[in-house]
Design a protein around this ligand. Structure first.
Ligand code: FES
Ligand code: FES
Length: 152
């Protein structure tokens, strides 16, 4: 049994210690907003926050997050920065197929928590690990700038 705080609630997950956080979230807890893409830390679809930092849940064993705080896309709107990012995503109509976008929003929110006014280069560097097959990168960048301006 692994105990963590998931989306603000103390949560026990009864899975093998080496189970990736992604599968504990999706299969055991029913939090399916976090997506599976590559399973190898290459695409960013599975991005969640661990104590506020973006991590790849597909390669993170659940045992390594015991006693720590995980936030997923389901709760990111309860965070001031996450809420601004989601609003900017809607305003800029960022999503195309949408599959990568929960991971994109998690990475964008983590970026804006550490850098209030990111440059294009900051955005490109922070978001480089989040692949979008639909090529929504231009709108992602515009939405991040917009979210930054609404938070200023
Ligand atoms: S599914 Fe985790 S990075 Fe691709
Ligand atoms: S919106 Fe389709 S993969 Fe990004």
């Amino acid at each position: 049994m692994i105990n963590s705080t998931i989306n603000g609630k103390n949560t026990s997950v009864d899975v093998a210690p080496d189970t990736p956080v992604l599968w504990a979230l999706r299969d055991t807890l029913g939090l399916t907003g976090t997506k599976f893409g590559c399973g190898a830390a290459l695409c960013g679809a599975c991005t969640v926050h661990l104590n506020g930092q973006a991590i790849r849940s597909c390669i993170t064993p659940i045992s390594s997050v015991a006693g720590q705080k995980i936030t997923t896309i389901e709760a990111i709107g309860e965070d001031k920065v996450g809420k601004a990012v989601q609003a900017a995503w809607i305003k800029h109509d960022v999503a195309q197929c949408g599959y990568c976008q929960s991971g994109q929003i998690m990475s964008a929110t983590a970026l804006l928590k550490t850098k209030k006014k990111p440059s294009d280069a900051d955005i490109d560097s922070a978001m480089a690990g989040n692949i979008c097959r639909c090529g929504t990168y231009v709108r992602i960048r515009a939405a991040i700038h917009d979210a930054a301006s609404t938070l200023a």
